[in-house]
Design a protein around this ligand. Structure first.
Ligand code: MSP
Length: 675
């Protein structure tokens, strides 16, 4: 009996991390998801049976605290945020096949089974935990792992913790992990991250991992010891298999899709996915995923994007303004995949205008207009091709092959570069063939008319192929292009493999004039508008240029004193410990153009260089500043003042108009800590 065709299709399982519920999802958050979506769409177009999973990571002390602050239950708190997250993915055309929540009943039960199994077989044991805990990162650290006594991941203060805990025997898997990673060169990508894992974590040795907590209860209860809840990573990482029914009565999807082809994650969580997760899978005697790909971060103002900085990076605003295809294109085109990249409004507008409005949008609108003008919109069967047409045909075959190579390797920007080679070539082809010149003699010279029809055909055929190739990246634009080409109702003409075929566009097809695919943006006007939204967002985030200004003046101090009187502003010693200060030496200073108050200072904080914009220009000349040892707050969020980034703040005392910089008494080097 012939095999069911469905069973013959290759499966492709791709995941994003499950997101911490956040009411402030910024454009950086959508990076992993949009990238995974492009890959999932590509694989579907190639005929794979795709399973694309995303979801939310909802347990932990942080959520419990936030819910308590709001006076709601943790579940109520996460429910609202999760609904917004789902809506955001819908808005951005994310085509996930499943959305898992770690509060889903099936997940809770499966995690309990996993925990029990590992306990029964001796991979989990009870002991006592004593060490340091970083609440924002939900991570435990040993003394030696701390950096300057702070969390090595986020640099924030940690709390001393001692409690009864269950531990996973991670150390037992150290050598097996090393062997696996060394014998599977594609397992951790990019390669630099693989080396980092081997050299920084695996080879120095693994410690057993704390996998339960008793100090809070918003988590999955350990069935055999109810005062414990499963602590974050065993709960979170297991989602990749529980989503498929592992540990449930029906594990048919698990059998079908596991092991995953790729876990796509941001670089900061590669360690959890390439050490803890494979060790857990080894303990469960399950196959390991084929690949963990750690992409870089989208940075803003020189740091990891954060909504509290109040920049216009709200994907909802950007999608509403420019269309979600433009935003997706920008995210996947701008930064080499795997590296960090900087998000700026200028770069976004630049790409929309250059690549989308000018290159692609104009190509389509010019071609359709010419076809309407010269042939009443209908493709003539009498057409003549020349060498250039054949070369373009060859080029598109090459592009198709290259795009696949790049997509197979998750190299989205380079895949887009390939596609835009086709866009550029067609634009150049219009200039070379000058159809408007051929059109002048087309009515009298049959050869010119036929050549003109050949030129139009090559353009339409190329645009058709482009509409296929961009589909993984831009889910909305292909349909708009096909509508204009007159092939909207002919899906067989735009199947993935037709991008490598030539001669698919049927003679006799009629084009239709449509709206501009990507209207050109007025950069000046748009940047101003984004700036305004920026300022509003900053205000909402509680920051302003003034508050973030490089120098702490008595003005702020007085405000604090007033609040203190009102009893609102007393801080604990722990609060004070959050402010990190160092002695810094001024290496250079210059006036900020257009401002009589601000100086741009380049500081040496003991090997670490910082730029600070400070409001001291009326009291100090740039020359006087050089060589001064000042007190720098090093962990202040950076701010942009009149277009210049300020990474920290230096301290000064003021009385009325008098302002004096705080400096250090005695011989102490730059970089010395202040406490
Ligand atoms: N809950 C964990 C993952 C558990 S997976 C078993 C988590 N969640 S997260 O919400 O903090 O991050 C989700 C994803 O968003 C990560 O891949 C992270 O790298 C990505 N990004 C968040 N901010 C980002 C940027 N500014 N730039 C690029 N990606 C970023 O980690």
């Amino acid at each position: 009996m012939a095999e069911n065709k469905e069973n013959e299709r290759k499966t492709y399982y791709i995941t994003t991390p499950i997101y911490y519920p956040s009411g402030n999802m910024h454009i950086g958050h959508s990076y992993t998801t949009v990238a995974a979506d492009a890959e999932a769409r590509y694989r579907r177009l190639k005929g794979y049976d795709v399973m694309f999973l995303t979801g939310t990571d909802e347990h932990g002390q942080k959520i419990q605290r936030k819910a308590a602050e709001k006076g709601v239950t943790p579940k109520e708190y996460v429910d609202e945020i999760v609904a917004n997250t789902k809506e955001l993915w819908k808005l951005m055309n994310v085509s996930n096949d499943q959305f898992i929540r770690t509060t889903d009943d099936f997940h809770v039960k499966a995690v309990q089974k996993i925990f029990k199994k590992l306990y029964d077989q001796g991979d989990i044991y009870k002991s006592e935990y004593e060490g340091w805990y970083c609440t924002p990162c939900e991570s435990f650290w040993t003394e030696t792992q701390l950096v300057d006594g702070k969390c090595p991941d986020c640099g924030r203060p940690v709390e001393r913790t001692r409690e009864e805990s269950y531990f996973f025997r991670l150390s037992k898997y150290q050598q097996r992990l090393i062997d696996f990673i060394e014998s599977h060169p594609d397992f951790i990508q990019p390669v630099s991250r693989k080396n980092e894992m081997l050299n920084n974590f695996l080879r120095p040795g693994l410690e057993d991992l704390c996998v339960s907590r008793t100090s809070f209860d918003w988590g999955i209860p350990v069935t055999f010891d109810e005062k414990h809840v499963v602590y974050v990573w065993v709960d979170a990482l297991s989602n990749y298999i529980t989503a498929l029914g592992y540990g449930s009565d029906d594990d048919s999807r698990f059998k079908k899709y596991w092991p995953a082809q790729v876990h796509l994650v941001g670089k900061e969580i590669v360690r959890f996915h390439t050490i803890i997760w494979p060790a857990l899978l080894m303990a469960l005697d399950l196959p390991l995923p084929e690949q963990v790909y750690g992409h870089g971060w989208l940075l803003i103002d020189g740091g990891k994007m954060s909504k509290s900085k109040g920049n216009v990076v709200d994907p909802r605003i950007l999608c509403a303004k420019y269309g979600c295809d433009a935003i997706r294109y920008f995210l996947l085109r701008e930064v080499p995949f795997g590296s960090d990249g900087v998000f700026t409004n200028e770069a976004l507008i630049g790409r929309i205008n250059a690549d989308l409005a000018n290159d692609l949008g104009n190509l389509v609108s010019r071609t359709v207009s010419m076809q309407l003008k010269y042939f009443g919109g209908v493709q003539s069967a009498d057409k003549v091709f020349a060498d250039a047409d054949n070369e373009i045909r060859g080029l598109f075959k090459e592009i198709y092959d290259n795009v696949q190579v790049q997509m197979d390797a998750l190299q989205f920007p380079t895949a887009l570069v390939e596609i835009w080679r086709g866009v550029s070539r067609l634009n150049k082809f219009i200039d070379e063939t000058a159809p408007w010149v051929l059109a002048k003699t087309a009515d009298t010279v049959k050869a010119d008319k036929d050549r003109l029809a050949g030129v139009m055909y090559t353009l339409l055929e190329g645009i058709r192929a482009i509409s296929v190739l961009i589909e993984p990246f831009m889910p909305e634009t292909p349909a708009k292009i096909r509508e204009q080409l007159g092939i909207a109702e002919r899906p067989e003409l735009t199947a993935w493999e037709t991008a490598a075929q030539w001669g698919v566009y049927p003679d006799g097809t009629e084009v239709k004039k449509g709206e501009a695919l990507f209207p050109r943006i007025d950069p000046q006007k748009e940047l101003e508008e984004l700036e305004k939204i920026n300022a509003l967002a900053k205000e909402k985030a509680g920051g302003s240029d003034k508050a973030n200004c490089g120098t702490k003046t008595a003005e702020n101090g007085e405000a604090s004193a007033q609040q203190e009187e009102e009893g609102a502003n007393l801080i604990t010693i722990d609060d004070f410990a959050k402010v990190q200060m160092k002695v810094a030496c001024v290496e250079s200073a210059e006036r900020l153009e257009g401002s009589d108050k601000l100086l741009i200072l380049k500081l040496d904080a003991g090997g670490e260089k910082r730029q600070v914009v400070s409001g001291i220009a009326k009291q100090y000349s740039p020359e006087e500043m050089i060589g001064k040892k000042v007190i720098l707050i090093t962990n202040l969020q950076s701010a942009v003042l009149r277009g210049v980034t300020s990474e920290g703040m230096i301290l000064a005392a003021t009385k009325g108009k008098k302002l004096v910089l705080l400096t250090v008494d005695g011989d102490i080097p730059a970089g010395a800590k202040i406490s």
